[in-house]
Design a protein around this ligand. Sequence first.
Ligand SMILES: [Zn+2]
Length: 294
Amino acid sequence: MCPNISSQAMSSEDKDWSSEFFPLVSPPRKDENYGTYCFAFRDRKLLLLKDMGNFRLPSLEEAENMGLDILRKQYLGELRDISCFSMELDGPDDGNMDGQDGSSFVGLRELSGILDDPFISLAGKAVHIMEWDRNTLFCGRCGASTELKDNERAKGCPECGFTAFPKISPAIIVLIEKEDRLLLARSPHFPAGRYSIIAGFVEPGESIEQAVVREVMEEVGISVRNVRYFGSQPWPYPDSLMLGFTAEHSEGEIRIDGVEIEDAGWYTKDEIPNIPGTESISGQLIHHFINKHS
Ligand SMILES: [Zn+2]
């Protein structure tokens, strides 16, 4: 039986940038001096230029004239009438933050404090579209070269008619409460000392509510009730959409498999260890719990 579900508005103070960005698949016709932003990536690190000590995105023209090895570029849409492009660059990742000509390649997770939203959010969209383009150069069904469609974000196969849309992998993440404590768990893949809440991918044929119940049972061996929607967040590592929930412990003692989860326990707000920051929905959910019990 599925738990009842209801939605709950996120308590994010972020300005909703999405109303300022219009996703499009074909660039509009403009004169030569129109403004552009270019999200150029090398090994998933974003190219930024340094002006007067501050980082900024290059224009498309600047990125094309830096002597970089450009593999492909993609049109994303319009941000306040400025055309946005993503670009895939070849070459080794030398990890430089202060390269020649004031240019730097910065990891997606390091953009906070360097760029403002909407540029951080658009960087996630850009890397997602860029990787989808790279992964669908050939038809997954017959192997022929694909062609970009001009009326939707999709690629068609001229040989067999197969259509490839951008792959988005839904995953659930759930804050589980038991009276004044929350469940935190540690994956062996986390940085040293880091704990977070339970998360996992939705399986084919499964509702997101079923995924919450299954993942919690698989990872920590307990059942939950009162599952409520919290909010969602695109998570381009590499192509997820995180669907956040809150839930209450129903039955069972914590039982971990020792493989996906190496430690888990119940924590009061004063006992919370090293957790993700509030730029991620996991951090937002944990702070939702802390605020509720403060
Ligand atoms: Zn085909």
